[in-house]
Every structure is written in structure tokens, then in C-alpha cells.
Ligand binder design. Structure first.
Ligand SMILES: Nc1ncnc2c1ncn2[C@@H]1O[C@H](COP(=O)(O)OP(=O)(O)OP(=O)(O)O)[C@@H](O)[C@H]1O
Ligand SMILES: [Mg+2]
Length: 351
């Protein structure tokens, strides 16, 4: 276990800045998720921490020690790649043993470590098989087992679940979280999947264009996005952003309350807000309503999400009296995209 810290970390490729000054501290034993769209610099950041890519400037500290000039082996880090990179010609047992063998560990201790890792990841039955004889989920467990036999101080995981189908991903996610809890290994986990990030992270660092836009606990980042990028990246559908009298007003699709829907407690009174429904989409577990707020922004499409338990008979082509807790409204500067302090919602336009 160790802390990992980056200070003003930068990486420039020819004519292109991939990581643009990242200051990040991962606490001891923490599961930190690096979340951001394709090309924002996640893998580059991970590879610099692992020592597989040199930084252009800035510092990397592991356990409080600057490791800028240490080779990957000396950093006590284990990295799991998206592709798992298992050796196809070696059995599962030999794959797991590989890093220990490369270190020159004694034979008996290797066998013990392989057994222990296989047990922890529930793959004892698979030890004699080759990688091609495994499912995607099993391969993932082998890759994790191989990463942990060296007792790394830090796990770096680059989209390790992205090869799995949706159902298996949920299971693997839960499993991974439990392994990490049990081992207590400081973990930096890269994904572009916000659901994965919300479910796995003790904290999430949201990245865009080589910089960290926001760092916080999942619910904090979801509820209090620092800017319109974060607001739009988390949540499915994302936060509605409606231009109202010179500001962007944001609210989550589930925060507009349908007639008959229960109001939340402790967030102040719910004020009326009319919603013109144009289309209703049934998702089974709930419904999505597409439409506009005729009193505030008649030209801006918004999406409202209704829980399965809201038994109202809402139809397309009609306008309803919805409600909204004003404390759920977030305000953003339309120029910079940054959050600005809350203000009262401007008076309605004439109906
Ligand atoms: N070796 C390289 N040479 C030049 N440019 C690179 C190199 N590696 C990455 N880049 C560029 O740096 C940027 C960041 O790449 P990186 O692989 O870190 O993104 P990412 O966030 O991991 O994306 P993805 O989610 O698609 O994996 C991209 O614009 C990419 O094209
Ligand atoms: Mg990547």
C-alpha cells in the first residue's frame, strides 16, 4: 500500500499535449477512478505513473518518494491492460507465476503464491488451461491474479472490463471492488464508462483534454458538477442545461417531479414548473419524457426521467404541472462553463 501523487505532470507528444499539468493524490488503499472521454489522456497518465512512458515535466511520487527516474520494475506497481496481455502459449498457472519467475523467486514460494492468488480469484479449477480456453471474465481474473502475486503497492487498471458483455461487466465490477477492499491495494482505475466510475470509485477524477476537471466522491461529482463538461459527462441521460436569461440552468432528468410524484425531503419546497411533453419512451424500469419548459425556454429540448413507481398517465402532446426543488438547480456561466453561485430562477415568461 502506498500513496500515489502527481505534481504538475505533463506529457507532450510532437505537436500535441496529451496530459496538461495534472495534480492528483491517490490515498493509501483508495480506489480512485479516472473517468473521461476517448483521447483525454487517461492511458498516458497511467503509463507515466507506471514508468512505461517518460513525462515531459512534473513529478510522480509513490509512497512519498519521487520515482521520476525509477524504472517500472522498481516502482512496485502492477498494471492490468484492457487486452489483459496474457501469454497465449502458457497455462493459467504459468501466466500467474510469470512475474515471480522473472524476479527469480524460489520455486516453492512461487507455487504457494500462485495457489493463493488462484484461490482469491476463484480460478483454482482453471490453472491448467490456456488463455484461449477461458471466457472473457475468467481471463480478467487471471490477469488480476497475475498482477497481484507480486504484492504491488499500487494497482493501475486500464479499462480492464471493457471486453466483457454488459451482464458480465456488472458481476466483474462487483467482484473487482471486493478484491480491492480485501487486498487494500491503492488502485487507479481508468474508464470512459460513467456508470462503472460511479459504482467503483471511492473518488472520481473527471478528465478532459489532458486536465482534471473535477475530483470528488461519486455522489458529489454527480450532484455538484464543477462545470458543464462534468455535468454532461455523468448521468444517463445527462444533466439538462437550459439557457435562461443569460445563465445556463442545469438539473438532472430525475429531478423534475411529475404530478403525483413524491417530493424529496430536506431540499426545500418544490416550485411549479410546466413541462410540455412531446414524446414518451418506455424503458421498462421507467420512462423518459422528451419535451420543453414553455415558461422558461420553449426552444430548448429537455429530458425527464420518471421512476417506475410513478403511476401517472402522462401522454405526448400535453402540458403538465411538474414541480422542481429550486435547490436542485445548478447555474453555470455560459462563457466559461464553470459553476456559478445559485440565484433565484428568473420570473416566468408570460404564458
Ligand atoms: N505515442 C503517442 N504518440 C503521439 N500521440 C499519442 C501517443 N499516445 C497517445 N497519443 C495521443 O495523446 C492523447 C491521449 O491519448 P490516451 O491514449 O492517453 O487517451 P485515453 O484517454 O486513454 O483514450 P481512450 O479512452 O481512447 O483509451 C490522444 O490524443 C492520443 O492520440
Ligand atoms: Mg486509453
Amino acid at each position: 500500500m502506498a500513496t500515489v501523487e502527481t505534481r504538475a505532470l505533463r506529457k507532450e507528444f510532437t505537436g500535441h499535449t496529451a496530459v496538461d499539468g495534472v495534480d492528483l493524490t491517490i490515498n493509501e488503499g483508495e480506489f480512485l477512478v479516472l473517468l473521461g472521454p476517448s483521447g483525454c489522456g487517461k492511458t498516458t497518465l497511467l503509463r507515466m505513473i507506471a514508468g512505461l512512458e517518460s513525462q515531459t515535466s512534473g513529478d510522480i511520487l509513490i509512497g512519498g518518494r519521487v520515482v521520476n527516474d525509477l524504472p517500472p520494475r522498481a516502482r512496485k506497481i502492477a498494471m492490468v491492460f484492457q487486452s489483459y496481455a496474457l501469454y497465449p502459449h502458457l497455462s493459467v498457472a504459468k501466466n500467474i507465476a510469470f512475474p515471480l519467475k522473472a524476479q527469480g523467486a524460489p520455486r516453492e514460494s512461487i507455487a504457494g503464491e500462485v495457489d493463493r492468488a488462484a484461490k482469491m480469484f476463484g480460478i483454482e479449477r482453471l490453472l491448467h488451461r490456456k488463455p484461449r480456453q477461458l471466457s472473457g471474465g475468467e481471463r480478467q481474473r487471471v490477469a488480476l491474479a497475475r498482477a497481484m502475486v507480486r504484492h504491488p503497492d499500487v494497482f493501475l487498471l486500464d479499462e480492464p472490463l471493457s471486453n466483457l458483455d454488459a451482464k458480465l461487466r456488472n458481476l466483474a465490477r462487483d467482484e473487482l471492488k471486493q478484491f480491492q477492499r480485501r487486498l487494500g491495494t491503492t488502485t487507479l482505475y481508468v474508464t470512459h464508462d460513467q456508470v462503472e466510475a460511479m459504482g467503483l470509485g471511492d473518488r472520481i477524477a473527471v478528465m478532459s483534454g489532458g486536465t482534471v476537471r473535477q475530483l470528488g466522491r461519486p455522489q458529489e461529482v454527480y450532484d455538484e458538477p464543477a462545470d458543464t463538461f462534468v455535468a454532461g459527462f455523468l448521468g444517463s441521460p445527462p444533466m439538462n442545461l437550459v439557457p435562461v436569461d443569460g445563465v445556463l440552468v442545469g438539473f438532472r432528468p430525475e429531478q423534475l417531479l411529475a404530478p403525483g410524484a413524491p417530493a424529496s425531503e430536506g431540499v426545500g419546497p418544490a416550485v411549479p414548473m410546466r413541462f410540455a411533453v412531446e414524446r414518451v419512451e418506455n424503458l421498462g424500469a421507467g420512462r423518459l419524457l422528451y419535451g420543453t419548459l414553455p415558461d422558461h425556454a420553449p426552444d430548448q429540448k429537455i429530458i425527464v426521467s420518471l421512476a417506475y413507481t410513478v403511476h401517472s398517465s402522462i401522454e405526448a402532446g400535453r402540458t403538465y404541472d411538474f414541480r422542481m426543488h429550486e435547490s436542485n438547480l445548478k447555474f453555470f456561466d455560459p462563457g466559461t462553463g464553470r459553476r456559478v453561485p445559485a440565484r433565484p430562477l428568473p420570473a416566468r415568461r408570460s404564458a
